[in-house]
Design a protein around this ligand. Structure first.
Ligand code: ATP
Length: 555
């Protein structure tokens, strides 16, 4: 049985190489010598996932809780400031604090045991769940060496920082199993979880490659932006449908014989946050198996849509769901069907999937997103104008012959939004003064830049949040703090915000040479992780487009 210490040493080795090929070989070589159960867990752990996709949200342990458990074991709970100032990242800080113990235990934890404890932590729900989770975590840390504790902490906060992206992990799996990389990628599209991919490739009969609807989330298909309906026609051709772009949260709803599981855009299970949707689906389609794609929107008592923020409260405050269910009800709009009656439909054309969706939803009395099949550009533009006037974020344009490509931001779907916004990551914040004294209130916004966990600043803003949100954000950012210089607190990139701006300027102030003017936070994107943020390249393209759009100055 492989020890968790060996796993941690392998991760150390991974952090010392930049070469993708070498990483795949080191990781793949390690996975190849493990039995199937341990290899499945280790493949997940290596990319910072404690549990199979879909189950992670049930862990519900913040970075602060992990830190406190480790620090209390060594009596150094009040030394966080100094230790974080010295440490390069969160895992490093945990390793430093664990080295303060008088004696270090011998490495006896196995990968299988760590995986079992992670499952137990996730399974602790209901009354006393918090205490039980912390007890289990403490039990793990007591037995861990400092190096093991470092990687336990990194896995729990999902920040491995050794450059092992999901893509490199797929290369490692190809190396470990000898399967062609194209097969590995295809199976990953279906399984959405490298641990399960490994299981399929090593011939575990319990993990079907296709067929059957296994109640496991598929990655959602994504859209590319387009500026206008005319651009959408130019890009997709005239064989397209337009749908309202609803401003809520993406949901993938799986059902089998009345048992319902709901997954978020990030593939976390969110069934407990949306009990009325689970009840609705179980009641309306009790005897069939299905996978639907759709959007839930918070509404007022009259059924009118409310701001996206209202909906997000549901996902953050699980304990208050019953009260929120009364106060801010939700409405479900379906727009795709990925499977029905044990048949996966993702390889069928969208026009066929939609026909099936329409028939099923109609029979069950479920709502669909508003839609039109424009006969020409003029009709399309009218639909767009009416959608904007009715308060929708914009429209989606979908090619009628497109397949459902899980996880792909392809050309099958385009999104046309009224206002262009960017999803950016907060990498630092300045302490406020005057009315905002005591709050971290001026946020440094960054876009993805090159490698997986690199970010480059493109602007700052203190606009867009309410006082309550400032308070909450200050707490969140302090828990992510990595350093402080002057009045600026630097944080681990974790919080994604959607930002509106007037235009992009050339700017020597930032390394990327561009800055956003009049940036303002439109909302927090709890449903996104930093890897989903916009990139410097896409801002660069937008900058060029802006130059093209700007009429020449007179004179
Ligand atoms: P955004 O930041 O614009 O919400 P995103 O990155 O979450 O986008 P995209 O694929 O770029 O995802 O845009 C499509 C998103 O729009 C979907 O994830 C979904 O949440 C939402 N949406 C609303 N209405 C529809 C619809 N009719 N069809 C598809 N997606 C829709």
């Amino acid at each position: 049985m492989a020890t968790f210490q060996q796993f941690a040493q392998t991760c150390q080795a991974l952090s010392q190489t930049q070469s993708r090929l070498q990483m795949a070989e080191v990781a793949g070589g390690f996975l190849a010598q493990l039995d199937l159960d341990q290899a499945e867990a280790a493949a997940r752990f290596m990319i910072g996932r404690a549990l199979p996709v879909g189950d992670e949200a049930r862990l519900n342990l913040s970075g602060r809780a992990v830190w406190r458990v480790a620090a209390e074991l060594t009596g150094a709970a009040d030394r966080g400031e100094d230790i974080f100032a010295e440490a390069v990242d969160f895992g490093d800080a945990v390793e430093i604090v664990m080295r303060l113990r008088d004696t270090e235990p011998a490495p006896t934890l196995s990968i299988a045991e760590v995986a079992a404890r992670m499952r137990e932590i996730a399974a602790a729900q209901g009354r006393h769940a918090r205490r039980r989770k912390l007890d289990l975590l403490r039990g793990l840390f007591i037995r861990a060496t400092a190096l093991e504790a470092k990687y336990l902490a990194k896995i729990l906060i999902r920040e491995m920082r050794h450059g092992m992206s999901e893509g490199v992990m797929l290369d490692a799996i190809a190396y470990a199993t000898g399967a062609p990389i194209a097969d590995v990628r295809r199976i990953n599209m279906m399984q959405g979880d490298p641990g399960r991919v490994l299981r399929v490739l090593r011939g575990d009969a319990a993990a079907p490659q296709s067929g059957g609807l296994a109640m496991r989330p598929l990655k959602p298909m994504l859209a590319q932006p387009a500026d206008t309906v005319a651009d959408a026609f130019a890009m997709l051709g005239p064989e397209l449908a337009l749908e309202h772009k609803l401003d809520g949260a993406r949901v993938q709803i799986h059902g089998a014989a009345g048992h319902i599981r709901i997954f978020s855009r990030r593939l976390n299970e969110i069934t407990p946050s949306l009990p009325e949707i689970a009840e609705l689906m179980a009641a309306r389609i009790p005897n069939r198996s299905f996978i639907f794609d759709g959007e839930v929107v918070a509404v007022d008592r009259q059924g009118n849509p409310l701001a996206f923020q209202e909906l997000m409260r549901r996902f953050r405050r699980i304990r208050e769901v019953e009260r929120l269910r009364e106060q801010s009800p939700v409405r479900l709009f379906l727009f795709d069907v990925l499977g029905l009656d044990d048949e996966l439909l993702i390889d069928r054309e969208y026009r066929d999937r939609f026909a099936i969706l329409q028939q099923t939803a109609h029979a069950a009395g479920l709502e669909l997103a508003g839609r039109c099949l424009p006969a020409n550009l003029n009709e399309g533009e009218q639909f767009y104008a009416a959608a904007r006037a009715a308060g929708y974020e914009g429209v989606m344009a979908k090619r009628l012959d497109s397949r459902y490509s899980p996880g792909v931001r392809g050309r099958g779907w385009l999104k046309i939004k009224g206002a262009r916004t960017l999803d950016l990551v907060i990498v630092a914040a300045d302490w406020g003064y005057g009315r905002r004294h005591g709050w971290l209130s001026n946020y440094h916004l960054a876009a993805r830049s090159g490698a997986a966990d690199q970010f480059a600043e493109v602007g700052k803003t203190f606009k867009g949040l309410t006082d309550d949100q400032f308070r909450e954000m200050t707490e969140r950012l302090l828990a992510l703090k990595t350093a402080q210089r002057g009045g600026t607190v630097y944080v681990r990139p974790a919080v994604v915000v959607e930002v509106a701006y007037s235009d992009i300027q050339r700017s020597p102030q930032y390394e990327c040479g561009m800055a956003l003017r009049f940036a303002r936070i439109v909302r927090l994107r709890e449903d996104k992780i930093p890897a989903d943020a916009d990139s410097i390249e896409s801002i660069g393209r937008e900058f060029e487009r802006q130059i093209l759009r700007t009429p020449p100055q007179p004179g």
